[in-house]
Design a protein around this ligand. Structure first.
Ligand code: FBP
Length: 554
């Protein structure tokens, strides 16, 4: 297969390891601290996870590790959306395992959790591994969004483990997938299955983090990739001085990506979903906020600018969230029943039908939306009939509604500018990029560290690498019990134990930095141009972590 020059160069990059993971694996010992409790609902979680709840926080240091040289068979599972660095987590596990005992085996579950249920594996050999080191994507073994929760699937997994003499599973996933890792670990303990389960924190969304997990991998590379593109657009806007660019950024729920990209590029306006929710802003207020910045810049003769919009914004606006929830229910109900709505073809007829089936407040929000968005709400639904929020083109919605507001203000003599707007959506552009040096090093360390946790006999833990705002020489390693990060949340009307998602904290330093500077950024064009990710060169150019991490940890 032909390869690009960067591909070839990256295959030979040697990721930097923290001091605790250097040297002989038999000298990497795991020390255990005091027992832990979950962040909330302690009683309920203890009864749901009687065999794994309360495990101590672990740290990796110098000492004797008798399990490190044992011959083992481990399985890696990639779960959920792609995130740069997944292949390096696998490389870290692989190298640790082989260093401990060259006869050990690593298997990759094909296509994510489903591969584990069906017993479909790819044997990871040296040659196979070497073709994926330091590369983006999950194409090495594939990923999937299945969960292993149903009793019959759990039984199948146990049969697969026994048939293949598997000693442990590394789950590489986000909050949901690692919640599933905790369920598996508990099930194995309860059913006297010897295999253990260790998770690694993955998601570009950056919402799997807490005291022990400083960042999820992939966030760094994805944000740097989007920031390069945003910086280029800022420069184009500032050169041509004729367009407003409205850019939606991935992040299913939390606005971390949008916030980080704002810190890296200093656009004129950044909407943060969590702030909109906290202020209980209406859609009209959000639109007026955008139109207000456009009008203010127009007064200075600047009919151009850049606005960042998080993917999850729409659901954070309380009235739109309420509309989507009721609409999903009504349409799903119709789909399962008479399919009256499904048979209507004109938008007018659909709106009339919904006028009769929705609460008046939700119906009037629906009526206020541009026709294209109304159509999207009805068309883009999942197999259960639910509205697929991530497919709604919020950036276009904002443009259309800002246009309306500016037209009104112009008719009242309050606005004399020109609003020519272009929409963008950046998501898939960043999920499979070559991992930055930070992600390459971080992921390799997470994987290697996961192996050390296995060798010490731990189960139900997330691999944790800390002090990542500092150079790798100062990173520390350990493990955090997954149950410690859990609470009960309502899912489909029932309480479910889940890892708590980390949303943007409005009193946190990253958001406070944005808040302090945003008025200046709105009126003055103080854009920053981060440029492309650099892989070779001075550390201050190549090895810097995200601004979020620097602000949060320093
Ligand atoms: P994970 O949480 O699984 O890492 O995925 C995150 C994400 O990239 C979101 O930002 C985005 O909303 C979603 O996946 C899109 O996923 P898909 O392409 O499967 O629709």
């Amino acid at each position: 297969m032909s390869q690009s020059a960067l591909q070839k160069a990256r295959y030979t990059y040697r990721p930097k390891l923290p001091p605790a993971l250097r040297g002989e694996v038999s000298a990497m010992a795991v020390a255990l601290g005091a027992a832990t409790t979950s962040i909330a609902n302690q009683k309920e979680l203890q009864s749901l996870f009687p065999n794994t709840y309360g495990a101590p926080v672990a740290s990796v240091g110098q000492g004797k590790n008798l399990g490190a040289t044992k011959k083992l068979t481990l399985v890696v599972v990639l779960s959920g959306g792609q995130a740069p660095g997944g292949h390096n987590v696998i490389a870290g596990v692989f190298d640790g395992l082989k260093k401990g005992n060259p006869a050990s085996r690593l298997l990759g579950a094909q296509g994510g959790p489903k591969g584990l249920i069906d017993g479909k594996f790819t044997e990871i050999t040296d040659e196979f591994m070497n073709g994926f080191r330091n590369t983006g994507g999950f194409d090495m073994i594939g990923s999937g969004r299945d969960k292993i929760e149903k009793p019959e699937d759990l039984e199948k997994v146990v049969a697969v483990l026994n048939a293949n003499s598997i000693d442990g599973i590394v789950v590489i996933g986000g909050d949901d997938s690692n919640t599933n890792a905790a369920v598996l670990a508990e099930y194995f303990r309860a059913h006297k299955v010897a295999a253990s389960v260790i998770g690694c924190p993955k998601t570009i969304d950056g919402d799997l983090k807490n005291e022990h997990i400083e960042t999820s991998f992939g966030f760094d590379t994805a944000c740097k990739t989007y920031s390069e593109l945003i910086g280029n657009i800022c420069r184009d806007a500032n050169s041509a001085k004729k367009y407003w660019h409205l850019i939606k950024l991935m992040g299913r729920s939390a606005s971390h990506i949008t916030l980080e990209c704002a810190l890296q590029t200093q656009p004129n306006l950044t909407l943060i979903g969590e702030e909109v929710a906290a202020n209980k802003s209406t859609l009209d207020q959000v639109i007026k906020q955008v139109a207000g910045v456009v009008a203010k810049r127009a007064e200075q003769g600047h009919n151009f600018g850049v606005v960042l919009i998080p993917e999850g914004l729409i659901e954070f606006i309380p009235e739109v969230g309420a509309l989507i929830a009721e609409l999903s229910d009504a349409l799903a109900h119709d789909q399962e029943g008479s399919n009256e709505f499904g048979k209507l073809s004109s938008l007018e007829a659909q709106l009339t039908w919904l006028g009769k089936h929705l609460k008046p407040a939700n119906s009037s929000v629906l009526q206020s939306l541009p026709a294209d968005i109304q159509r999207q709400l009805f068309l883009d639904r999942d197999s259960h009939g639910n509205v697929q929020v991530s497919l709604i083109e919020t950036e276009k919605l904002v443009i259309e509604m800002v246009k309306r507001t500016l037209k009104l203000w112009a008719s009242e003599g309050k606005y004399l500018g020109k609003f020519s707007a272009i929409s963008h959506f950046f998501g898939y552009e960043g999920r499979c990029a070559f991992p930055s040096n930070f992600d390459a090093d971080y992921c390799y360390s997470l994987g290697f560290n996961a192996f050390v946790l296995f060798s010490a006999g731990l189960t139900g833990y997330l691999s944790s690498v800390k002090s990542t705002q500092k150079p790798v020489d100062q990173w520390t390693c350990g493990g955090v019990p997954i149950t410690m990060m859990m609470n009960l949340e309502q899912r489909h009307g029932k309480p479910k134990p889940v890892i708590r998602k980390a949303l943007v904290e409005l009193d946190g330093k990253p958001f406070q930095f944005l808040k302090k500077h945003r008025e200046d950024w709105a009126t003055e064009s103080t854009y920053l141009f981060p440029g492309a990710i650099q892989y070779y060169g001075p550390p201050e150019v190549c090895d810097q972590p995200t601004k979020t991490l620097l602000l949060e940890r320093n």
